[in-house]
Design a protein around this ligand. Sequence first.
Ligand code: THU
Length: 133
Amino acid sequence: MTKEELCTLAKEAMKKSYSPYSGCTVGAALLAESGKVYLGCNIENASFSPTICAERSAFASAISAGERSFKALAVTGGKNGEIDGAFYPCGVCRQVIREFCADDFPIYVLGKDGIISLRLKDLLPYSFSNEVM
Ligand code: THU
């Protein structure tokens, strides 16, 4: 699967976003080693703090299906359904990704000017992980 295809799936996932409070719609597509793709969207809550981001929603779905190894993640998002500059994974999501993925794990962020190709270590340098535990 190409990064473009994975980003297209993230765009599809973005359409499922439940975000009545922020108006930010975010979608994620997570490619597992098995070849299956798990989608996630942000799910907001009237009490705000229980909100779950698209990336963690995709990981929750994949881990619940029995996956443990991953090849790549694509993320996209914006205001009111339009893809914005670039929606990078938040700090909490970066740490959750690190639980299951190595430093060089590829992350593709689809912004309005195209795909930004990153590695997890670009977003989370000097990370704390289960490798030291
Ligand atoms: N959001 C994500 O889904 N992923 C991120 O990495 C950043 C933020 C969502 C959470 C919330 O619903 C909205 O974007 C505004 O913070």
